[in-house]
Design a protein around this ligand. Structure first.
Ligand SMILES: *[C@@H]1O[C@H](CO)[C@@H](O)[C@H](O)[C@H]1NC(C)=O
Ligand SMILES: *[C@@H]1O[C@H](CO)[C@@H](O)[C@H](O)[C@H]1NC(C)=O
Ligand SMILES: *[C@@H]1O[C@H](CO)[C@@H](O)[C@H](O)[C@H]1NC(C)=O
Ligand SMILES: *[C@@H]1O[C@H](CO)[C@@H](O)[C@H](O)[C@H]1NC(C)=O
Ligand SMILES: *[C@@H]1O[C@H](CO)[C@@H](O)[C@H](O)[C@H]1NC(C)=O
Length: 529
């Protein structure tokens, strides 16, 4: 590699090119670019580390540092799913001649916006929120642009919304560095529902090998219990004498001065967006839920990780609400509440090849709280491994709700040391007592196939509504074995559950009722959905 003079030469050429480009409508320097891009990227990052004295070149300044189609070598991204096509006009023709090295370069530099070039320090202590805002504002204007959050930096970012009603489509948020949340209370005001929010975008992708760290410990500790009721299913779990009681998430008085607001933020939330993808990244220690999709159509999450302690309160892994056409696969979810939580308004959800644990399992619900109408349909959960979770696969509804849950398929699920592998609970109540009500969310068409492994409390718990029994519940190939003597053990339980055991099961589940409930019980052709 050339010495200092070569570097200077490269840099000069770079500046020249940029100046030249900036005078043209469309920078078409691709051909020239091929020759300097490889080294240019190295040089650019070296220069940056030595002290950022290249302020003039701003967002174009990172030369070939990052390209929309071919990110840094470490993120060798196989696009196994059809990502939203990177639109033609900007990208130019696909490389027909072999590029000089593996770094293909289809993107003009004007579409890459590195947060460092917008003033971010990435030292873990300086507030970089404004830099992120500025980088986003610039990226928003360019179709298929890339916001680059580079590796080896730690960015302290406060609550922020990457909002897009007027943004171009198919923006890539290339996250290879680390983003951390403020630990002090002041940036959160009196409480916010989310920390990093993406709204009203089309085709947004977050990818890379980066980390989002919510610094949740300060929230878990200072949280009052009132807003964080314990999981109702814990009532079924009675430790035996002489064994350790399951560790409840006991709040500890915060040793830090400022008390965090009682409303705890979700780490990363998408709202009202189409065709969004999250891949490669890890989210850890969120104050509350880690990744949430709300009112989204077309969601793809793969090769994604959540990592939080099993006793961190209310820290769902992925939360889906009012969203459809959702794919979650090839991911590791470890947290203190549901690994995946599917709420009202979700349909066509496919979850497979997911490891869950610790956590509370994969849940549909709680639905119908405060007499609300809830509709969930066509959910497939398969090829799942759960270890050391409270529940396995669960459907939970509150009394007094309406609507329906139908077309739910759980298959190929391997449990180990799961307290309650199969749960339907239509009496969900996270207060001490809830009064019985007649209306309920109707449950039908729920099948469980090839479910095996070990449990520590009760293998099957079906508690359906008196007024609205569960129908068409089928069990095929269930093999669940008790393990260890830590909790009071129960036999399978069914209440008002109609369906069929399609093959003999271990243990035998003899409590399913054959046929249909008497007609006076069934209101449900759920016109409310
Ligand atoms: C998953 O993401 C990581 C980055 O976190 C990346 O290094 C790895 O290649 C990805 N694996 C697959 C199979 O895509
Ligand atoms: C547990 O211990 C208490 C007192 O220590 C005793 O009264 C109770 O019977 C024991 N229960 C079981 C199931 O052994
Ligand atoms: C989302 O992706 C699907 C399939 O690729 C496509 O048909 C649809 O038009 C996209 N939606 C938007 C709003 O771009
Ligand atoms: C159910 O969802 C899957 C995706 O998980 C989809 O392919 C299928 O078409 C949906 N079925 C119906 C009837 O909508
Ligand atoms: C509610 O109904 C269930 C099931 O019939 C019954 O076991 C329970 O005792 C009832 N609870 C109240 C408070 O009436």
């Amino acid at each position: 590699m050339g010495g200092f003079s070569f570097k200077n030469l490269t840099f000069t050429v770079l500046i020249f090119l940029l100046f030249w480009c900036s005078n043209m409508e469309i920078c078409n320097a691709r051909r020239v670019g091929r020759h300097w891009r490889q080294k240019g990227s190295l040089e650019a990052s070296l220069l940056r580390k030595k002290g950022k004295n290249h302020g003039s070149n701003h967002h174009q300044g990172n030369g070939g540092k990052s390209k929309q189609k071919a990110p840094s070598p470490k993120a060798a991204v196989p696009p196994p799913l059809p990502p939203p096509p990177v639109a033609g006009p900007i990208k130019g023709p696909p490389a027909t001649m072999p590029p000089p090295a593996q770094g293909g370069d289809n993107a003009p530099d004007s579409s890459v916006f590195n947060v460092l070039d917008f003033g971010a320090k990435g030292d873990g202590t300086t507030d970089d929120t404004k830099a992120f805002q500025a980088a986003w504002a610039a990226a928003c204007k360019v179709q298929a642009s890339v916001v680059n959050v580079p590796a080896d930096y730690v960015f302290l970012v406060g609550p922020i919304s990457f909002s897009g009603p007027y943004c171009q489509h198919n923006i890539v948020f290339q996250l290879d560095g680390t983003i951390i949340a403020p630990k002090s209370s002041s940036p959160w005001g009196s409480g916010l529902l989310q920390w990093l929010q993406f709204t009203k975008l089309v085709g947004l992708t977050i990818k890379g090998s980066g980390l989002i760290d919510g610094n949740g410990a300060v929230w878990w500790q200072s949280a009052p219990f009132d807003d964080d009721p314990l999981d109702d299913q814990s009532k079924l779990i009675i430790p035996l004498n002489g064994t350790e009681t399951p560790k409840p998430p006991v709040p500890v008085t915060s040793s830090l001065g400022g008390k965090m607001p009682s409303i705890k933020p979700t780490a990363l939330r998408f709202y009202g967006s189409f065709n969004v993808t999250v891949t490669g990244i890890t989210i850890q220690n969120s104050p509350q839920c880690h990744l949430k999709f709300d009112n989204c159509i077309g969601v793809s999450v793969y090769n994604f990780s959540v990592s939080s302690p099993g006793d961190s309160p209310n820290t769902d892994g992925i939360h889906l609400q009012n969203s459809k056409d959702v794919l979650i696969r090839s991911s590791n979810l470890a947290c203190g509440d549901d690994c995946v939580s599917i709420q009202t308004g979700c349909t066509n959800v496919y979850i497979h090849n997911v490891n869950c644990g610790p956590g509370h399992g994969i849940s549909i619900g709680g639905l119908g709280k405060d007499n609300t109408n809830a509709c969930v349909s066509n959910i497939t959960v398969r090829d799942i491994i759960m270890h050391n979770t409270m529940n396995g696969v669960r459907i939970k509804t509150w009394q007094g709700g309406s609507g329906s849950v139908q077309g739910i398929h759980f298959s190929n699920i391997q449990f180990s040391e799961v307290q309650l592998p199969i749960v339907i609970d239509q009496y969900y109540c996270d207060k001490t007592k809830c009064s019985n009500q007649t209306s309920a969310v109707a449950l039908s068409g729920i099948d469980y196939a090839n479910i095996r492994g070990t449990y520590t409390v009760k293998p099957v718990h079906f508690a359906c509504s008196d007024s609205m029994p569960c129908t068409d519940v089928t069990l095929t190939n269930i093999q669940l074995k008790p393990q260890q003597e830590r909790y009071h053990m129960y036999d399978p339980f069914c209440w008002q559950t109609f369906g069929q055991l399609l093959t003999p099961s271990v243990p035998p589940v003899e409590c399913l009722m054959v046929g249909k409930p008497s007609s006076n019980k069934v209101q449900g052709d759920d016109e409310s959905c």
